[in-house]
Design a protein around this ligand. Structure first.
Ligand SMILES: *Cc1c(COP(=O)(O)O)cnc(C)c1O
Length: 398
């Protein structure tokens, strides 16, 4: 394995500080490295592989589609895109969808739709978007511009401009930034990279009301917290409010690169029109066959029910861990998107866990985030907790 790692370091642009492991294959909620060592996976490729690895039905659907047709062009219709769109709109309560290749691209599309919507209203080109501090929306220039982490943005300024940052869960901080130019407010229903901060009910409802009063569009980024992870298909569905535009990706294709932004009819009919947006690959037959199958399997395998049950179990276990360990400052999250915030950087704990056959990931330097495949069971939660406690002991986090 070390040979492969050394080779990779000579070839790949070093934009990631990678953990020293080369994964070879997976089965259910377990991964295997090229040396054959087995790992319990509490990362799921960062909130992606919801169905568990080597899911036969999913794999077969992809193979069948490969043998039929992989790509045509968005200048033609294709059956998998129609099927995936129909299912996605049904579970999301939205009206229109555009398929992209990634999360960042879904955010790009959402920003363009919001700007065009405002442009069609007043013909101006100086509209502002309010985003949140500590948010993460992706690495392309538009998505980066609404990402509330100055460290990610600084070297790449200027961004797209006219972006202001408010504080998540502080309605007054949003109100203070609203003016006649504001065209959209964007936030993650549960902040992921920023440290697992769920939007409070008061905040999400307050922003919705504010947006309604001023015809500002509410964009909810559900790329990480959506697709069942919170115990709802989309996290906002818990609150009975609805975004005007929503972004999805990560678990949508379960590893096959597909994202989407979804719009209500109100926005769809008064924003992006023919010629305004496009993508060569976006929504091609292969990736849509994946999304279609994922959505089918979510229902068939009662994924949401499992998230609620196992998520609650994980919550209790992490609460207990946090209570018994003074090195842990806080426990946050819901369903199968939870985090433990430590006093110290968590890299030593994550490295120790890898040695013990457990894959964990951070969210910021001091937070471990728990985003396992959504098919995980209670015994695997127990297994994870046991290894985690061992690692805390070993790294002297008490
Ligand atoms: C991962 C993520 C993105 C970016 O998605 P990519 O597919 O990496 O471009 C955007 N928003 C949120 C909330 C994410 O977690």
């Amino acid at each position: 394995m070390q040979e492969l790692i050394d080779k990779a370091e000579g070839l790949l642009l070093h934009t990631y500080n990678r953990y020293p492991v080369v994964f070879d294959h997976g089965d259910g909620v377990y991964l295997y490295d090229t040396d054959g060592k087995k790992y319990l996976d509490f990362v799921a490729g960062i909130s992606v592989f919801a169905l568990g690895y080597n899911n036969k039905e999913f794999n077969d659907a992809l193979k069948t589609q490969i043998d039929k047709i992989i790509h045509t062009s968005n200048y033609y219709y294709n059956v998998p895109a129609i099927n995936a769109a129909e299912k996605l709109l049904r579970v999301s309560e939205m009206d229109r969808v555009f398929f992209s290749n990634s999360g960042a691209e879904a955010v790009e599309g959402a920003i363009k739709a919001a700007r065009k919507y405002a442009f069609l209203k007043d013909g101006k080109t100086d509209h502002e978007i309010i985003a949140m501090e500590h948010s993460f929306h992706g690495r392309t220039m538009g998505a980066l511009s609404v990402t509330g982490n100055p460290k990610y943005r600084e070297a790449f300024e200027p961004g797209i401009g006219n972006i202001k940052f408010a504080k998540m869960n502080d309605l007054d901080s949003v109100k203070a930034l609203v003016n006649d130019k504001t065209c959209a407010v964007i936030f993650e229903t549960v902040q992921g990279e920023g440290g697992i901060y769920p939007a409070t009910e008061e905040f999400i409802k307050g922003v919705r009301k504010l947006c309604d009063e001023k015809d500002i569009l509410l964009i909810l980024d559900e790329i990480q917290c959506g697709m069942g992870r919170t115990g709802y298909m989309f996290a906002w569905q818990k609150y009975g409010v609805k975004p005007d535009i929503m972004t999805v990706a990560k678990a949508l294709g379960c590893g096959v690169p597909i994202g989407a932004f979804l719009l209500t009819e109100k926005v769809a009919k008064a924003s992006l029109a023919a010629g305004d947006h496009g993508s060569t690959y976006g929504g091609n037959p292969l990736v849509c066959a994946a999304a279609d199958k994922v959505l089918e399997l979510f229902e068939q395998n009662h994924i949401i029910e499992n998230v609620r049950e196992v998520g609650a179990y994980l919550y209790d276990k992490l609460e207990k861990t946090a209570a018994e360990n003074s090195g842990i400052l806080a426990h946050r999250g819901v369903g199968l998107i939870q985090g433990l915030e430590f006093k110290e950087p968590v890299a030593p704990i994550i490295n120790a866990a890898l040695k013990h056959g457990l894959v964990l990931i951070n969210a910021g330097s001091n937070i471990i985030r728990f985003v396992p495949p959504l098919v995980i069971g209670k015994p695997e939660v127990d297994e994870m907790i046991n290894i985690l406690l061992e690692c805390l002991e070993e790294t002297q986090v008490r």
